[in-house]
Design a protein around this ligand. Structure first.
Ligand SMILES: [Zn+2]
Ligand SMILES: [Zn+2]
Ligand SMILES: [Zn+2]
Ligand SMILES: [Zn+2]
Length: 396
């Protein structure tokens, strides 16, 4: 197979179709895009639905019946399937939502069976409400339906988030968002609807069409949410958000059970976000790290007497007194820490270190790391900022 794959994800009948050039006979084959079993991949490797090589179903049936492949087809058994077809499909997804009259209905709102009138949010076909005693209640496709469960999960999540954000805006209710910051790598929380007054699904923003766009009262986009099931947001969405300084949150969903946690929406736990709530460096605008001082009880490694041990922490970075700023030195000494200069190191520098009040032994950086747990206690004293990118620092 060549890598020159042209794909048209939807036909008019909403059946996803993939077109590609065959390396065997250079013709173009077109396939319905559907969850495939590995045994189908040979059939997919050469054989189309349009150019006289027989339908996939016929070919599969003839293989099962032990017949030879149709003579018009030259099957390349060494051909690797196109990577776009090799995603893992969780066919066990039991999605508890369907669309009716343009809105999502939950499985709990309908009777079992086909009478509810709900359709699949992805492929639009009527669904069956399964409300048995054994399995989690869900809407199911008929066996012959062609639908990718992950597309269905992706689309359901988008619509659900859009409906829930709209509802929260109408009710003037707060929605908290949390995300791992892609700029400073720490966890942030903030109000999702601080500036947002409306939300739109798949709204076109000149160069891209994000899953959800939040707008302020002047209809300017203020944030974008991309729902991720298997594929990361497209690069031009990231580029657009970066260029226009619009926050991008990636909400990852791996199973349909999480859908129930989104209604009602009170907290949106995004995996990654490009909004940094930290102060920015006055020189280079990179996020600043806050410097925290920790002073705890320790024991002298030599004479075993009690001593105070101090260290500073900025995110994951921990250092001893040699890296302290003026405020850290002063506060640590007020809290009982004693410092001494170490003997010169290989570079001839004398570093400041914690010292034992009794025998005056110093606690080297190596031993100081035994006290790294102090930084996890949450009782640090804020002593200043450091830039995460340049040498800018400020002591309180
Ligand atoms: Zn479907
Ligand atoms: Zn940040
Ligand atoms: Zn000592
Ligand atoms: Zn800087």
């Amino acid at each position: 197979m060549t890598n020159a794959v042209s794909s048209s994800p939807r036909t008019n009948s909403m059946k996803p179709v993939i077109s590609r050039t065959c390396s065997n006979d250079a013709s173009t084959h077109r396939f319905f895009w559907r969850p495939i079993h590995s045994s189908d991949q040979t059939a997919l490797a050469c054989g189309g639905i349009e150019n006289g090589t027989g339908s996939l179903r016929e070919r599969r049936q003839s293989r099962r019946a032990g017949e030879d492949e149709p003579k018009t087809t030259r099957v390349n058994t060494d051909a690797k399937p196109v990577s776009a077809l090799r995603f893992s499909v969780n066919t066990k997804l039991k999605i508890p939502f369907a669309i009716r009259d343009g809105r999502l209905i939950h499985i709990s709102e309908v009777e079992s069976g086909r009478g509810h009138g709900g359709t699949c949010p992805a492929c639009n076909v009527p669904l069956v409400a399964r409300k048995g005693a054994k399995m989690r209640h869900h809407f199911a496709h008929r066996p012959e339906a062609i639908c990718n469960p992950e597309t269905a999960l992706h689309r359901t999540t988008k619509i659900l988030l859009c409906e829930e954000i709209n509802r929260a805006i109408a009710d003037q209710r707060e929605v908290t968002a949390s995300w791992r910051c892609s700029l400073c790598d720490s966890q942030h929380t903030g109000s999702l609807l601080k500036k947002a007054r409306s939300v739109r699904l798949e709204h076109s923003l000149t160069t891209c069409r994000p899953d959800l766009t939040l707008f302020d009262e002047e209809s300017r986009p203020v944030a974008v949410i991309e729902v991720v099931v298997t594929h990361a947001p497209e690069e031009h969405v990231r580029e657009f958000c970066h260029r226009e300084k619009i926050g991008l949150l990636e909400y990852h969903i791996t199973d349909e059970i999480s859908l129930d946690t989104l209604r009602p929406l009170t907290v949106l736990r995004a995996r990654v976000g490009s909004v940094c709530t930290r102060k920015k460096c006055p020189l280079c605008t990179a996020p600043l790290r806050s410097v925290q001082l920790f002073v705890g009880d320790g024991k002298c490694w030599k004479c075993k007497s009690k001593m105070k041990v101090s260290l500073i922490s900025r995110d994951w970075l921990k250092d001893g007194p040699n890296e302290f700023n003026a405020a850290a030195l002063e506060i640590a000494q007020e809290r009982g820490a004693i410092f001494r200069l170490r003997p010169p190191n290989d570079a001839g520098r004398r570093l400041l270190a914690n010292s034992c009040p009794r025998c005056r032994s110093i606690t080297s950086e190596f031993f100081l790391m035994d006290y790294g747990y102090l930084a996890g206690r949450g009782d640090g004293v804020f002593v200043g900022y450091e830039c995460s990118n340049c040498d800018w620092k400020r002591s309180i």
